[in-house]
Design a binder for this molecule. Structure first.
Ligand code: DOR
Ligand code: ZN
Ligand code: ZN
Length: 385
């Protein structure tokens, strides 16, 4: 296939609801510029920059700065996610309305990196989010995870002597946040669903009329805890890689629409923070530049999604989730001239040093993957080819 579209698949530009760009605070691992370049290479035309930066993106001055820098870079739209609570302590609600009213028009809110443990605070945050946008249910960023549990709580971790993080930790918080959203009359979006049980809870919540959406990462669709055998720190991630049956349940849920979309949870880390022993490594994996290929491998090749379905889970659904206006009406998806051209037949081998990201922590090094992004266009400007 060629960039003129012959033999290629033309898709609306991808939208990533979950990207860590590390600016401000850890510009040695990623910046808005390098993250945007990685996004463009991955076929993305919009990314949502997570709020767990240093300082935390909990105010309009900071969220507007992220939006403005993204515009200056011009490789993709960088929409800041607003932190729900103030500072790292996170005991006080942030001025969510101010962030929503700013130039960045923040629509997604989250407490990535600290999680709202207090159900009263979570309910108030949900109430505040009504009419502003969507509150993300984190569920795996429990600080205890980084000092204690490091792997999926299953037979593999037990055999390898790694402290485990149970499925129930995720499932119970997803259930709690769904019920709080119901009581608050608010919308909730489940970040990085990783368990079979989470899928069933989302299905149940929706059947009860709860306004709930969900994402899954490419790595939870492709990898499982059999990767832990080597103790390689690159495989440490929150939530942890689960078991084969979780993986298959997540694929089926994405095909069926119970899980709405793919989100990368692109989480750059410095080599010295990842190349150490498993339990010392920082959790997180790169995702932007390999996402399309991992979806081609796990969903298109087995016949779970056709390319129309790929457009739905990579672009249309994520855009709709954040694009609902104040009255909950869907706005138009996609802008003229904002698209991605994919060669469905090409295969490529992942070479970490060739990535546009500033970091190298891809779990797919040396793997040959199907599906190559040939070009990306943002409002008529070619951002990658
Ligand atoms: O593994 C993870 N790392 N998961 C997240 O959601 C956060 C991320 C990070 O910020 O490094
Ligand atoms: Zn998270
Ligand atoms: Zn994340």
């Amino acid at each position: 296939a060629t960039l003129d579209g012959r033999g290629g698949v033309l898709l609306p530009g991808f939208v990533d609801l979950h990207t860590h760009v590390r600016e401000p605070g850890r510009e040695d691992t990623e910046t808005i510029a390098t993250g945007s370049a990685a996004a463009a290479r991955g076929g993305y035309t919009a990314i949502f920059a997570m709020a767990n930066t240093a300082p935390v993106a909990d105010n309009a001055a900071l969220t507007d700065a992220v939006w403005r820098i993204g515009r200056e870079v011009g490789l993709c739209d960088v929409h800041p996610v607003g932190a729900v609570t103030v500072g790292l302590e996170g005991k006080q609600l942030a001025e969510m309305g101010m962030m929503a009213d700013g130039a960045a028009k923040v629509k997604l809110f989250s407490d990535d990196g600290k999680c709202v443990h207090d159900p009263v605070l979570m309910k108030r945050a949900l109430e505040y989010s009504r009419g502003l946008g969507v509150l993300i249910s984190q569920h795996s960023e429990d600080p205890r995870l980084t000092v204690g549990a490091v792997a999926h709580d299953g037979p593999t971790a037990a055999r390898l002597g790694l402290a485990g993080w149970p499925r129930a930790a995720e499932e119970s918080i997803v259930a709690r946040d769904a019920l709080l959203a119901r009581d608050a009359g608010a919308r909730v979006h489940v970040a990085h669903a990783s368990c079979e049980g989470t899928v069933e809870l989302i299905r149940f919540a929706r059947s009860q009329g709860i306004d709930i959406t969900a994402e899954v990462t490419p790595h939870h669709l492709l990898l499982d805890d059999s990767r832990l055998e080597t103790y390689d720190g690159v495989n440490r991630v929150n939530p942890p890689l689960r078991e084969e049956r979780d993986k298959l349940a997540l694929r089926a849920a994405l095909a069926e629409g119970v899980i709405d979309c793919v989100a990368t949870d692109h989480a750059p880390h410095a080599s010295q923070e990842k190349c150490c022993e498993f339990s010392q490594a920082k959790p997180g994996m790169l995702g932007l530049e390999t996402a399309l290929s991992v979806i081609a491998l796990t969903m298109v090749r087995p016949g779970l999604l056709d390319w129309r379905g790929v457009a739905r889970v990579m672009s249309e659904r994520p855009a709709q989730i954040v694009g609902l206006d104040d009255q909950g009406r869907p706005i138009e998806v996609g802008e003229p001239g904002t698209l991605t051209i994919v060669d469905p037949d090409a295969e490529w081998t992942v070479v970490p040093d060739e990535l546009a990201s500033k970091s190298r922590n891809t779990p797919y090094a040396a793997m040959t993957l199907p599906g190559r992004v040939l070009g990306t266009v943002l409002r008529g400007t070619v951002t990658h080819r």
